[in-house]
Design a protein. Structure first.
Length: 100
């Protein structure tokens, strides 16, 4: 039951707080693997928040379009790596310059 709840939360995009099973429970190894997966998802979510904060900071005071595009490209590359996809052959095609 507890695994179904944890997996359901992950499927909804929520990060569950994984708690220990009863001592001697035969699913302890499975829970350990689940905890590792949850920790990885949480780390990625925190990294995404850091990117969002950096992007926000870039837009305050000065609009450095090249720096913003570079940060967005790095973020997109991270997402592509997560999905097992290759980056586009020419990143400029992904984000064409509009300030020329």
């Amino acid at each position: 039951f507890v695994f179904r709840r944890y997996l359901g939360m992950l499927a909804e995009g929520k990060i569950p707080r994984v708690r220990a099973l009863r001592k001697g429970d035969e699913f302890a190894d499975v829970l350990e693997g689940l905890q590792e997966a949850v920790s990885a998802v949480e780390a990625r979510a925190r990294a995404d928040l850091e990117v969002a904060q950096r992007l926000r900071a870039l837009t305050e005071g000065t609009m450095d379009a090249a720096a913003i595009r570079a940060e967005v490209d790095r973020w997109a590359d991270d997402k592509r790596a997560l999905l097992g996809e290759e980056p586009p052959p020419n990143p400029r095609l992904d984000h064409p310059a509009q300030d020329a």
